[in-house]
Design a protein around this ligand. Structure first.
Ligand SMILES: [Zn+2]
Length: 278
């Protein structure tokens, strides 16, 4: 009954909140990793974006004016993760707060020893359990092209949101039917340990093997950061993750219900590889 009502409501929102074509086209053109999505996938993504924008507030902090284009650019990247996940994957919270640049949230937090601190450094983004996602627009803008930035801030923070669907972020999101938590942990723990060992080896030598690390060493900080960073790579440079950690890539592919690296393979086979392949 409630599901039928929710479905009716979603259809009503889609019918009444259409995005203007020029706005959609401009936003898509800013996100080169969408080149590999076909027309049907883009149409499905657009529906998700319309629903997202109807449900969430994307509001400016510090008098920052969030334009319609910024809203759509943020919403597209947030919705790429949930394209094949249930429609309520981002339920339970309301706002995305956009700062002009890096920011220092005026919140206190408690460390593992029970000591309360005021945050003492500036950050580019943060996801709160049951609360907002905070983003620096300057960093959204800088990281929309993974190839030059080596990261994608919006995908990172929204991966944390998915991880928080089943409690505090720990690198294990709410799994889809048929996926087992023990299997997830086995693959994720093994891959994470291998990555941490790689990062330690780079640090001992002073640099990663080929100059630039392909997966941000920040992923070695904690299992939840590994999940969020690898989710960025999964969507924005999928063949990098598939080559480096195929088991973990397949795990994410099952969870997200998408196989982005296969899209590149198909484009390669057709002789029409998109410009932004890495
Ligand atoms: Zn993080």
């Amino acid at each position: 009954m409630f599901e039928r009502f929710r479905q009716w409501r979603r259809e009503r929102v889609l019918a009444t909140h259409a995005l203007p074509d020029p706005l959609w086209d401009e936003a898509v053109a800013m996100l080169s990793f969408l080149d590999i999505y076909d027309e049907d996938e883009r149409a499905a993504l657009r529906d998700r974006v319309v629903l997202f924008l109807a449900e969430k507030g994307i509001v400016g902090a510090q008098d920052f004016e969030v334009t319609p284009l910024m809203r759509v650019v943020i919403a597209i990247q947030a919705c790429v993760l949930i394209l094949k996940l249930p429609p309520d994957a981002y339920a339970g919270w309301t706002n995305v707060v956009v700062y002009p640049d890096e920011f220092r949230p005026k919140i206190e937090y408690e460390d593992e020893n029970g000591v309360v601190h005021l945050r003492d450094h500036e950050i580019a983004g943060e996801a709160w359990q049951g609360g907002p996602v905070l983003l620096s627009w300057a960093d959204v803008e800088r990281s929309r092209d993974f190839e030059t930035a080596g990261m994608n801030l919006v995908i990172h923070e929204f991966a944390h949101k998915l991880d928080m669907q089943n409690g505090a972020a720990d690198g294990v999101p709410l799994l889809r039917p048929g996926m087992r938590a023990d299997e997830w942990r086995r693959i994720a723990d093994t891959t994470y340990a291998a990555f941490v060992a790689d990062v330690e080896a780079w640090e001992a030598k002073g640099e990663p093997p080929d100059g630039e690390p392909l997966i941000d060493p920040y992923a070695a900080d904690a299992p939840e950061e590994f999940f969020a960073v690898c989710s960025e790579v999964f969507f924005a440079a999928p063949d990098v993750l598939r080559d480096a950690y195929p088991d973990y890539y397949r795990l994410l592919a099952r969870y997200y219900g998408q196989d982005p690296a296969a899209r590149y393979d198909a484009a390669d086979a057709a002789g029409a590889a998109p410009a932004a392949a890495h």
